[in-house]
Design a protein around this ligand. Structure first.
Ligand SMILES: N[C@@H](CCC(=O)N[C@@H](CS)C(=O)NCC(=O)O)C(=O)O
Length: 216
Protein backbone atom coordinates (compact mmCIF):
# COMPACT_ATOMS: atom_id res chain seq x y z
CA UNK A 1 0.00 0.00 0.00
CA UNK A 2 1.35 3.42 -0.96
CA UNK A 3 2.33 5.70 1.89
CA UNK A 4 0.04 8.62 2.69
CA UNK A 5 1.42 12.16 2.73
CA UNK A 6 -0.85 14.41 4.80
CA UNK A 7 -0.51 17.96 3.57
CA UNK A 8 -1.99 21.42 3.19
CA UNK A 9 -0.98 24.51 1.23
CA UNK A 10 0.95 25.95 4.18
CA UNK A 11 4.76 26.29 3.95
CA UNK A 12 6.10 23.05 5.43
CA UNK A 13 3.46 20.75 3.94
CA UNK A 14 3.91 22.57 0.61
CA UNK A 15 7.62 21.83 0.84
CA UNK A 16 6.96 18.12 1.41
CA UNK A 17 4.54 17.95 -1.53
CA UNK A 18 7.09 19.71 -3.76
CA UNK A 19 9.74 17.15 -2.74
CA UNK A 20 7.37 14.24 -3.43
CA UNK A 21 6.45 15.69 -6.83
CA UNK A 22 10.09 16.43 -7.69
CA UNK A 23 11.03 12.83 -6.86
CA UNK A 24 7.88 11.32 -8.43
CA UNK A 25 7.32 9.57 -5.10
CA UNK A 26 4.83 6.75 -4.82
CA UNK A 27 2.62 8.39 -2.21
CA UNK A 28 -1.07 9.12 -1.86
CA UNK A 29 -1.59 12.80 -1.13
CA UNK A 30 -4.26 13.48 1.46
CA UNK A 31 -5.32 17.03 2.24
CA UNK A 32 -5.47 17.51 6.02
CA UNK A 33 -6.75 20.03 8.55
CA UNK A 34 -5.12 18.76 11.74
CA UNK A 35 -6.27 21.72 13.87
CA UNK A 36 -9.92 21.33 12.90
CA UNK A 37 -11.80 20.23 16.05
CA UNK A 38 -13.21 17.20 14.20
CA UNK A 39 -9.73 16.00 13.20
CA UNK A 40 -7.57 16.81 16.19
CA UNK A 41 -7.79 13.40 17.82
CA UNK A 42 -6.87 11.58 14.63
CA UNK A 43 -3.85 13.82 14.02
CA UNK A 44 -2.68 13.92 17.62
CA UNK A 45 -2.24 10.16 17.35
CA UNK A 46 -0.13 10.64 14.23
CA UNK A 47 1.93 13.61 15.48
CA UNK A 48 1.68 14.91 19.06
CA UNK A 49 2.32 18.46 17.81
CA UNK A 50 -0.65 18.10 15.41
CA UNK A 51 1.45 19.54 12.63
CA UNK A 52 1.79 18.45 9.04
CA UNK A 53 3.40 17.19 6.83
CA UNK A 54 3.13 13.63 8.07
CA UNK A 55 4.20 10.60 6.06
CA UNK A 56 2.21 7.57 7.14
CA UNK A 57 3.77 4.32 6.05
CA UNK A 58 3.13 0.76 7.26
CA UNK A 59 1.58 2.01 10.48
CA UNK A 60 4.44 4.42 11.20
CA UNK A 61 4.14 8.22 11.19
CA UNK A 62 7.12 10.28 10.13
CA UNK A 63 6.76 14.00 10.74
CA UNK A 64 9.01 17.01 10.04
CA UNK A 65 9.42 18.03 6.41
CA UNK A 66 13.19 17.48 6.49
CA UNK A 67 12.87 13.90 7.72
CA UNK A 68 10.16 13.20 5.14
CA UNK A 69 12.38 14.62 2.38
CA UNK A 70 15.20 12.34 3.51
CA UNK A 71 12.92 9.30 3.50
CA UNK A 72 11.38 10.06 0.09
CA UNK A 73 14.77 10.72 -1.46
CA UNK A 74 16.19 7.45 -0.12
CA UNK A 75 13.13 5.57 -1.39
CA UNK A 76 13.59 7.14 -4.82
CA UNK A 77 17.31 6.25 -4.74
CA UNK A 78 17.93 9.90 -5.54
CA UNK A 79 20.80 12.09 -4.47
CA UNK A 80 18.38 14.99 -3.91
CA UNK A 81 19.11 14.29 -0.23
CA UNK A 82 22.85 13.75 -0.44
CA UNK A 83 24.16 10.56 1.11
CA UNK A 84 27.69 11.04 -0.18
CA UNK A 85 30.63 13.29 0.66
CA UNK A 86 28.43 16.37 0.23
CA UNK A 87 25.98 15.33 2.95
CA UNK A 88 27.64 17.48 5.66
CA UNK A 89 27.50 20.51 3.34
CA UNK A 90 23.83 19.89 2.65
CA UNK A 91 23.05 19.50 6.34
CA UNK A 92 25.02 22.67 7.07
CA UNK A 93 22.72 24.68 4.79
CA UNK A 94 19.53 23.03 6.08
CA UNK A 95 20.61 23.72 9.65
CA UNK A 96 21.78 27.29 8.99
CA UNK A 97 18.62 27.99 7.04
CA UNK A 98 16.31 26.73 9.77
CA UNK A 99 18.17 28.73 12.41
CA UNK A 100 18.62 31.98 10.46
CA UNK A 101 17.39 32.67 6.92
CA UNK A 102 14.26 30.47 6.84
CA UNK A 103 13.53 31.43 10.44
CA UNK A 104 13.53 35.14 9.55
CA UNK A 105 11.26 34.48 6.55
CA UNK A 106 8.94 32.46 8.80
CA UNK A 107 8.68 35.24 11.39
CA UNK A 108 7.62 37.83 8.81
CA UNK A 109 5.32 35.44 6.95
CA UNK A 110 3.65 34.38 10.19
CA UNK A 111 2.72 37.98 11.03
CA UNK A 112 1.67 39.09 7.56
CA UNK A 113 0.33 35.77 6.29
CA UNK A 114 -0.63 33.05 8.74
CA UNK A 115 -2.00 35.33 11.47
CA UNK A 116 -4.09 37.27 8.96
CA UNK A 117 -5.41 34.16 7.23
CA UNK A 118 -6.44 32.38 10.40
CA UNK A 119 -7.58 35.36 12.49
CA UNK A 120 -4.73 35.04 15.01
CA UNK A 121 -4.52 38.74 15.80
CA UNK A 122 -3.16 41.95 14.30
CA UNK A 123 0.26 42.21 12.73
CA UNK A 124 2.87 42.93 15.39
CA UNK A 125 4.93 45.56 13.59
CA UNK A 126 7.83 45.27 16.07
CA UNK A 127 8.08 41.56 15.33
CA UNK A 128 7.97 42.27 11.59
CA UNK A 129 10.69 44.93 11.92
CA UNK A 130 12.95 42.51 13.80
CA UNK A 131 12.17 39.75 11.29
CA UNK A 132 13.07 42.04 8.39
CA UNK A 133 16.32 43.09 10.10
CA UNK A 134 17.20 39.43 10.66
CA UNK A 135 16.24 38.63 7.07
CA UNK A 136 18.58 41.34 5.74
CA UNK A 137 21.46 40.16 7.92
CA UNK A 138 21.16 36.52 6.86
CA UNK A 139 20.24 37.29 3.25
CA UNK A 140 23.55 39.17 2.91
CA UNK A 141 25.42 36.00 3.86
CA UNK A 142 23.33 33.80 1.58
CA UNK A 143 23.66 36.26 -1.31
CA UNK A 144 27.45 36.23 -0.98
CA UNK A 145 27.50 32.42 -0.97
CA UNK A 146 25.42 32.27 -4.16
CA UNK A 147 27.80 34.44 -6.20
CA UNK A 148 28.92 32.38 -9.20
CA UNK A 149 26.81 29.35 -8.35
CA UNK A 150 23.38 28.04 -9.39
CA UNK A 151 22.61 26.14 -6.20
CA UNK A 152 23.74 25.92 -2.60
CA UNK A 153 25.91 22.86 -3.21
CA UNK A 154 28.73 22.57 -5.75
CA UNK A 155 27.18 19.59 -7.51
CA UNK A 156 23.76 21.15 -8.14
CA UNK A 157 20.21 21.10 -6.88
CA UNK A 158 19.59 19.42 -3.53
CA UNK A 159 16.98 19.41 -0.81
CA UNK A 160 18.90 22.25 0.86
CA UNK A 161 17.73 24.55 -1.96
CA UNK A 162 14.10 23.56 -1.44
CA UNK A 163 14.33 24.01 2.34
CA UNK A 164 16.04 27.39 2.01
CA UNK A 165 13.33 28.50 -0.45
CA UNK A 166 10.44 27.11 1.56
CA UNK A 167 8.92 30.45 2.59
CA UNK A 168 9.81 32.37 -0.57
CA UNK A 169 6.88 30.75 -2.34
CA UNK A 170 4.74 32.95 -0.07
CA UNK A 171 6.53 36.21 -0.73
CA UNK A 172 3.48 37.77 -2.37
CA UNK A 173 2.17 37.93 1.20
CA UNK A 174 5.40 38.15 3.24
CA UNK A 175 6.86 41.00 1.16
CA UNK A 176 10.49 40.23 1.94
CA UNK A 177 12.86 42.55 0.03
CA UNK A 178 14.22 39.83 -2.26
CA UNK A 179 15.12 42.26 -5.03
CA UNK A 180 17.76 43.83 -2.75
CA UNK A 181 19.62 40.50 -2.94
CA UNK A 182 20.21 39.81 -6.64
CA UNK A 183 21.91 36.43 -6.22
CA UNK A 184 19.09 35.15 -4.04
CA UNK A 185 16.49 36.54 -6.43
CA UNK A 186 18.18 34.82 -9.41
CA UNK A 187 18.61 31.54 -7.48
CA UNK A 188 14.95 31.59 -6.47
CA UNK A 189 13.87 32.30 -10.04
CA UNK A 190 15.71 29.15 -11.10
CA UNK A 191 13.93 27.08 -8.44
CA UNK A 192 10.60 28.61 -9.41
CA UNK A 193 11.00 27.29 -12.96
CA UNK A 194 10.75 23.73 -11.63
CA UNK A 195 7.20 22.46 -12.14
CA UNK A 196 7.27 20.56 -8.85
CA UNK A 197 8.06 23.81 -7.07
CA UNK A 198 5.99 26.35 -8.94
CA UNK A 199 2.72 24.46 -8.40
CA UNK A 200 3.13 21.27 -6.38
CA UNK A 201 -0.63 20.90 -6.08
CA UNK A 202 -1.34 20.26 -9.76
CA UNK A 203 -3.69 17.30 -10.06
CA UNK A 204 -4.55 17.34 -6.35
CA UNK A 205 -7.90 18.38 -4.98
CA UNK A 206 -6.61 21.02 -2.57
CA UNK A 207 -8.72 23.86 -1.19
CA UNK A 208 -7.24 27.34 -1.49
CA UNK A 209 -5.64 28.93 1.58
CA UNK A 210 -8.00 31.23 3.49
CA UNK A 211 -7.69 34.81 2.20
CA UNK A 212 -5.78 37.47 4.12
CA UNK A 213 -8.47 39.22 6.13
CA UNK A 214 -6.39 41.20 8.63
CA UNK A 215 -4.72 44.54 8.10
CA UNK A 216 -2.37 44.80 5.10
N1 LIG B 1 8.93 21.77 11.89
C1 LIG B 1 7.77 21.28 11.18
C2 LIG B 1 6.74 22.38 11.11
C3 LIG B 1 5.39 21.89 10.62
C4 LIG B 1 4.38 23.02 10.65
O1 LIG B 1 4.57 24.06 11.30
N2 LIG B 1 3.28 22.82 9.94
C5 LIG B 1 2.22 23.81 9.90
C6 LIG B 1 2.17 24.47 8.51
S1 LIG B 1 3.67 25.31 8.10
C7 LIG B 1 0.88 23.12 10.12
O2 LIG B 1 0.80 21.95 10.40
N3 LIG B 1 -0.19 23.89 9.99
C8 LIG B 1 -1.53 23.36 9.95
C9 LIG B 1 -2.05 23.29 8.55
O3 LIG B 1 -1.29 23.52 7.60
O4 LIG B 1 -3.23 22.99 8.41
C10 LIG B 1 8.24 20.82 9.76
O5 LIG B 1 9.25 21.31 9.27
O6 LIG B 1 7.56 19.98 9.16
Amino acid sequence: MAAILYYSRNPNPRLAVAVAKHLSSDVTFEFAQPFHPDHRDKFRALNPSLRIPILRENGHSLWEADAIACRLSMQARSNFWRLDDEMPEMIRWISWGKAYFVQACDVVHFERGTKQRYGLGPIDQAVVAQGLADFREHARQLDAHLIGRDCLLDSGLSYADFRMASYLAFNDVAGLPLSDFPQIAAWYERIATLAAWSDPFVGLDTPALPPIIGEP
